[in-house]
Design a binder for this molecule. Structure first.
Ligand code: FEO
Ligand code: CA
Ligand code: CA
Ligand code: CA
Length: 676
């Protein structure tokens, strides 16, 4: 049995530590704010009716266009859902609508680079083999057309880049993992090497043949594995900061590896940002007290996989012990965890490039990142959620303007990081986390010397310290605690920004934050999707108007605006725990789930939504035990790639005994546009 199977925290696939006790913006303090429209969730017959409130659209965006007839009408036609919804399913296979086909692609262990070591179904591949094969637990994914750098948009050849969030230790090894507790306190080093290599990111050059079959371009120089041990640079304001000094990098400019990469975001200049989400679980700290950089994230006294106990005692494994063992920071790895929690930029078109940790985007449990459309001569804007209960949604606005001809990762090294406050009246504000911002500086000064949640706050040394402690800075700024922000998506037609709030079992429960207008369910068992329009539809704005797009739930769950049910879920579209979220290139919204697979929802799924009408239809159901996470298509939206993570049993190959995470390729049998 794997060590983490013994820990009830890891039995729950939705496990997220609750480490925010800041009690920001209590509901009762803002109830007096002016009320306009209300979005209400109504439960189904037999369910407890939690009458809850949120706010409607504040009168801008597509609603107005419809009312005054100025809509071009073009986007409406593009976002209609032309398929017949599929039913919920308990089958151990992928279900897609009639007229569509699906096939599994690039399962865990598929050789993609180096000597292309063959996958061994008995689990006997070595750590070195795994470094040349697809990792486990496929998650966020993007398709880069092979001719993108030349301005092209190939839909038949490209680089498929995806994250491998974590691992199934039992399936990874021939006979499961060797536990340190049963093995003299150490783990075999090659097991550790294999586990680290099954994490990270894969870059795979793929091409469609004339029969429509996709395959790897073997021997392509673009094929690459990035793992939990790949050398990386620290960039942005935190680079060189004393709190990142380690034996490996005495000048605090480098680290090794990226871990727990959940969602991602393609940049406007053709690179890939991988998010570091639940990285805290990989480190162990047995010191009597921990620094705030660890306590605010939930680093514990033992690590999830005990990598620091590898029997070789090699430096790349010892570093996961972040206890104080040496005389100074240059003598140990007390600061190693401070080199995690960032967005990591990977250039898939430059195979020899070193990944770059972009610290200006903040350090937290990054679920992913989504860029607003880049505009020539204007700042770059991107959004990122922190997926833990009662954490926040952030926005980064670059200092330097975007010019397509010269754009690059440097744009992410200088700018302002904001955190969202969702006001009760349907407005919202972006609060700068910047010591040069007078409002933030005064809040920091007022908080100094007191408690912020559980943390005795002694101030920030500098802006690097603010970014290293982004969650603490957001607590002080007075951000709105959210119900586990997962993926974001920007509507290519309206510019509206959508985020999934997957669920929050503790919302409104004794000892935890009460409900607020943007997170109005107590507890929030099934999640919802929020959206907003930036003031003036300018993504650099510091205020916005928000509403709730849909409440997830069982049949009869209503999303009510001004007394009218704008959505009433039925057999065709019940879902729970929305997680993955993506607008395709025509403007259909794709919603993926990572929730309870009990009756009435059964296996996790993907639905399509029309953002204008809020029509929602179930398009895809995954096999047993999986979550459906990660979706992208070719530019023509005729080939869709959907990732299946942590399936049970023997999916996708019934002849094998081990489950294998895989990408599913979906096509329409008539060669048409997916979803149309
Ligand atoms: Fe890795 Fe928040 O899902
Ligand atoms: Ca998950
Ligand atoms: Ca997720
Ligand atoms: Ca999730």
């Amino acid at each position: 049995m794997a060590k983490h199977d013994l820990d009830p925290n890891y039995l729950d696939p939705n496990y997220e530590p609750v480490v925010n006790h800041s009690s920001n913006t209590p509901f009762h303090q803002v109830l007096s704010a002016r009320m306009q429209r209300r979005t209400v969730m109504k439960g189904s017959v037999g369910a407890a009716l939690a009458s809850v409130m949120g706010l409607g659209l504040a009168g801008c965006g597509s609603d107005d266009d419809d009312d005054n007839g100025t809509s071009t009408g073009g986007s409406s036609a593009n976002t209609e859902l032309g398929f017949k919804a599929v039913a919920v399913s308990t089958d151990n296979e992928v279900v897609v609508p009639g007229g569509y086909s699906s096939v599994a692609f690039l399962p865990w262990g598929t050789p993609i680079t180096g000597s292309y070591p063959e996958y061994k179904a008995d689990g006997t591949n070595t750590g070195a083999d795994q470094e040349q094969q697809m990792g486990m637990h496929h998650d966020g994914v993007h398709f880069f057309p092979i001719d993108q750098k030349a301005g092209g948009n190939s839909s038949t050849e490209g680089l498929l880049v995806m994250n491998h969030e974590y691992i199934n230790q039992s399936a990874l090894h021939a006979n499961g993992p060797t536990n340190a507790g049963d093995n003299g306190g150490v783990r075999p080093a090659d097991e550790v090497r294999k586990e680290i290599a099954a994490h990270g990111v894969s870059v795979v050059h793929i091409k469609r043949d004339t029969n429509g079959t996709w395959d790897i371009v073997f021997g392509s120089p673009f094929n690459r594995r990035i793992t939990g041990n790949t050398e990386m640079d620290i960039r942005g304001p935190v680079r060189g900061y004393s709190k990142l000094v380690t034996t490996y990098s005495p000048d605090a400019t480098e680290t090794r590896g990226t871990l727990n990469n959940c969602a991602m975001g393609p940049t406007p200049w053709g690179t890939y940002l991988a998010a570091e989400e639940n990285w805290h679980g990989y480190f162990a700290n047995s010191d009597a007290t921990q620094p705030r950089e660890q306590t605010r994230h939930g680093v514990g006294s033992s690590s999830r996989y005990d990598w620091e106990l590898a029997d070789s005692a090699a430096d790349q494994y010892v570093r996961f012990n972040v206890s104080t063992t040496g005389a100074a920071a240059t003598d140990d790895y007390r600061n190693e965890a401070n080199t995690y929690g960032f967005m990591v930029e990977i250039d898939p078109f430059t195979p020899e490039s070193k990944p770059q940790k972009r610290t200006a985007l903040g350090r937290f449990g990054h679920e992913g990142v989504i860029f607003a459309p880049a505009k020539e001569g204007e700042p770059v804007v991107c959004y990122s959620g922190d997926d833990s209960r009662f954490e926040y949604i952030y926005k980064f606005v670059s200092s330097q303007p975007y010019y397509a001809a010269t754009a690059g990762g440097y744009l992410l090294d200088e700018g302002t990081l904001y955190v969202a406050r969702f006001n009760e009246d349907g407005s919202g504000d972006w609060l700068a986390l910047d010591l040069d911002d007078a409002d933030f500086a005064s809040k920091v000064a007022a908080a100094e010397g007191g408690m912020v949640g559980d943390i005795q706050f002694d101030g920030f040394e500098n802006q690097a310290d603010v970014l290293l402690n982004t969650r603490l800075a957001a607590d002080i700024a007075g951000a709105t605690t959210m119900d586990r922000p997962e993926w974001g998506a920007v509507d290519p037609n309206s510019g509206e920004v959508y985020f999934t709030l997957t669920n929050n079992s503790n919302r409104g429960q004794p000892g935890f934050d009460d409900v607020n207008a943007a997170n109005p369910n107590s507890p929030n068992a099934t999640g919802h999707i929020i959206r907003w329009t930036e003031e003036g539809n300018d993504h650099t704005a510091t205020s916005f108007d928000w509403d709730i797009f849909v409440f997830a739930g069982e049949q009869g769950t209503e999303t009510v605006v001004d007394g009218e049910a704008v959505v009433s879920l039925n057999d065709d579209n019940i879902f729970n725990s929305p997680d993955g979220l993506w607008f395709d290139y025509n403007g259909r919204l794709w919603i993926q789930t990572d929730g309870s697979d009990a009756d009435p929802y059964f296996n996790n799924m993907m639905l399509a939504a029309n953002p204008e009408t809020r029509e929602i239809k179930r398009f895809f159901v995954g096999p047993q035990g999986c979550e459906v996470t990660g979706v992208v298509s070719t530019p023509d939206v005729k080939t869709m790639f959907v990732n299946i993570q942590h399936p049970d049993g023997n999916w996708p190959n019934a002849a094998e005994s081990r489950p294998r995470d895989a990408t599913v390729i979906v096509t329409k049998d008539d060669g048409g546009v997916i979803g149309a």
